[in-house]
Design a protein around this ligand. Structure first.
Ligand SMILES: [Zn+2]
Length: 224
């Protein structure tokens, strides 16, 4: 089965919101004026539609996200649960799962990357407004997104080397190779490389700090 956040994960987040358990305490300080996050006020609740994959069917699940406002400058900052990233309806496990199988395989095409056990996750018939199945171009976009967390990766790398100066991570990153058949332009090569690096840094980060670079560190880096 393709990885996905579960309906329970999404319901649990909604319940936390309803019980007032989502606070700004874990957010980084305001990126504009450095006011500490504990002073942020709740600004709005925005309903978000997430897409999760249950038994090869793509289903919508809804929950709110909390948006905080900085009292210093009025900047609004969205709190993301660990299964979500900005501008994406699919959940982080799905995005990283499919992207990993594409970038870490030497020969896989995008058409093959959407396949799971010889079939492609699809939308139920009733949901006819959507594309009928997960599209290869979606995986292409996910790789682009994951390859774009340059600042987050750079910061994570610094933290990893502070924690373990003799870590093999720099050597391991330098060894990553993107097969030539996977790109036609230097720009795409850079995105593929960025995506592979991000996935490796995430794995090291999880084993060193027992947490993901998403979403606290990524939030602090403005998801860049
Ligand atoms: Zn501010």
């Amino acid at each position: 089965m393709p990885p996905t956040a579960t309906l329970e994960d999404i319901k649990a987040h909604q319940l936390k919101i309803e019980k007032g358990k989502i606070t700004s305490d874990n957010l980084p300080p305001c990126p504009c004026c450095s006011v500490a996050s504990e002073f942020f006020k709740i600004h709005a609740y925005r309903e978000r539609r997430f897409l999760i994959i249950i038994e090869m069917l793509i289903k919508a699940a809804y929950c709110s996200l909390v948006r905080f406002i900085c009292p210093g400058c009025g900047k609004t900052i969205t709190h993301y649960p660990d299964f979500a990233i900005p501008h994406k309806h699919y959940t982080l496990p799905t995005i990283t799962g499919f992207s990993t199988s594409y970038v870490e395989s030497e020969n896989m095409t995008y058409q093959q990357a959407v396949m799971v056990d010889n079939s492609v996750p699809g939308y139920p018939e009733s949901d006819s407004t959507e594309a009928p199945t997960l599209a290869p171009s979606t995986i292409h976009r996910w790789v682009t997104t994951l390859g774009g967390f340059t600042q987050t990766c750079r910061t994570a790398l610094i933290l990893l080397l502070q924690e373990n100066p003799v870590s093999s991570i720099c050597r391991d990153l330098a060894r990553l190779i993107i097969p030539q058949r996977k790109y036609k332009t230097e720009n795409r090569k850079k995105q593929l490389d960025g995506c592979r690096q991000m996935l490796m840094i995430e794995a090291f980060f999880r084993s060193s700090f027992n947490t993901s670079i998403f979403t606290k560190l990524a939030t602090r880096c403005g998801f860049s």
